[in-house]
Write a protein that binds this ligand. Structure first.
Ligand code: NAD
Ligand code: UD1
Length: 337
């Protein structure tokens, strides 16, 4: 039996594919490459000695999905495919709802038709909304999201919850990621954002490698210890392991919700200073205005995943910095070389 990984050529997908293969799983990747590169597959093969089956296609293409399910014995799906840029989602909301919401509906319809009813969905801490107290716990209600990207994640969570209520044969894990950073320790795969990075860690590493002049730290007057925002950064390899662990939760029907984070908040300034200490490379920065929509501080209560899945984040912040830098310095232009 195989695991179908949608969006498996992307940042979190590639690391998860590696960990699945290392666990002996047979993996089929479906990706339309709208935000990734075909080159990831030879890198994955270098790491684990196995080339995963790759199908270039779109989750919204029902015919393509039907063909995949009828050609292979698939028993579960890990669903990463989607658009993820928060700012862009306010400019082109229809694309986000079309891809993230309609795409998931079409995928679930094809799964139901094929009798495959085990699904892991990439959700986000953003579904807790603007007013939730920290740390975030899974039993808190979803809150008010401030952008179409966040709304699309909350909508899909609701769709999948309703689906499980309507048909007890489904089992779905909603994994709420906090802030994944880092790369595979070989430096062969990592995060390769197109254009100017929106997220903190790729911005820091691109400044360090000389691709960008300086980092703007968005806001220094937040009600936090050093005035900069605090987030729960976790190593992408830990996040990948979380998916392998979550596969086991699918033996039990219904919806299972897990926060995947470390449980610790770190400030932007702490991140920049730790990166410089670990790499020995200077990262010039200035303070800029707050970024619209940013929350001052949030982190996970990650105890449920530990109790029920036996999963917890084990890589250190130093590991995250070292691995980010190995990837970025070995691949200054990402997969393009
Ligand atoms: P990514 O953009 O690197 O990977 C997504 C992959 O999906 C890409 O390879 C892209 O080509 C593919 N894709 C997009 N639309 C598709 C479609 N319609 N059909 C087929 N393939 C399609 O993003 P990522 O960081 O790896 O994130 C993976 C998932 O996790 C996304 O759903 C994202 O919203 C979610 N998530 C990410 C983060 C984060 O910080 N990276 C945090 C929370 C949640
Ligand atoms: C962002 C998304 C969130 C998504 C999460 C994980 C926004 C508003 N939110 O969260 O929905 O779930 O990514 O992918 O985009 N920062 C700087 N300078 C920079 C970049 C970032 O100071 O150049 C700061 C930000 O203000 C923030 C912190 O670094 O305080 C982390 O930013 P980022 O990596 O974008 O993640 P989030 O904002 O937590």
């Amino acid at each position: 039996m195989a695991v179908l990984v949608t969006g498996g050529a992307g940042y979190i997908g590639t690391h998860t594919v590696v960990q699945l293969i290392e666990q002996g799983e047979k993996v089929i990747v479906l990706d339309n490459l709208c935000n990734s590169s075909r080159d990831v597959f030879s890198r994955i093969e270098k790491i684990c000695g196995v080339l995963p089956t790759f199908i270039e296609g779109d989750i919204r293409n029902r015919e393509c999905l039907d063909k995949i399910f009828s050609a292979s014995s698939i028993d579960s799906v890990i669903h990463f495919a989607g658009l993820k840029a928060v700012g862009e989602s306010s400019q082109i909301p229809l694309d986000y709802y079309q891809n993230n919401v309609c795409g998931t509906l079409i995928l679930c319809e094809a799964m139901a038709a094929a009798g495959v009813k085990k699904l892991i969905f990439s959700s986000s801490a953003t579904v807790y909304g603007e007013d939730a107290p920290v740390p975030y716990e899974e039993n808190m209600p979803r809150g008010k999201t401030s952008n179409p990207y966040g709304a699309s994640k909350a909508m899909v969570e609701q769709v999948l919850t309703d689906l499980c209520a309507s048909d007890p044969e489904w089992s779905v894990a909603l994994l709420r990621y906090f802030n994944p950073i880092g790369a595979h320790p070989t430096g062969l795969i990592g995060e390769d954002p197109k254009g100017i990075p929106n997220n903190l860690m790729p911005f820091i590493s691109q400044v360090a490698v000389g691709k960008r002049k300086e980092l703007s730290i968005f806001g220094d007057d937040y009600p936090t210890e050093d005035g900069t925002c605090e987030r729960d950064y976790l190593h992408v390899m830990d996040l990948a392991d979380g998916h392998v662990s979550a596969l086991s939760s699918l033996d039990e029907n219904g919806v299972h919700i897990y926060n995947l984070g470390t449980g610790n908040g770190l400030s932007v300034l702490e991140m920049v200073k730790t990166f410089m200490r670990i790499t020995g490379v200077d990262v010039p920065y200035t303070f800029a205005d707050r970024r619209e929509g940013d929350l001052p501080a949030f982190w996970a209560d990650a105890s449920k995943a530990e109790k029920e899945l036996g999963w917890r984040a084990t890589r250190t912040l130093d590991d995250m910095m070292e691995d980010t830098w190995r990837w970025q310095s070995n691949n200054p232009n990402g997969y393009e070389g």
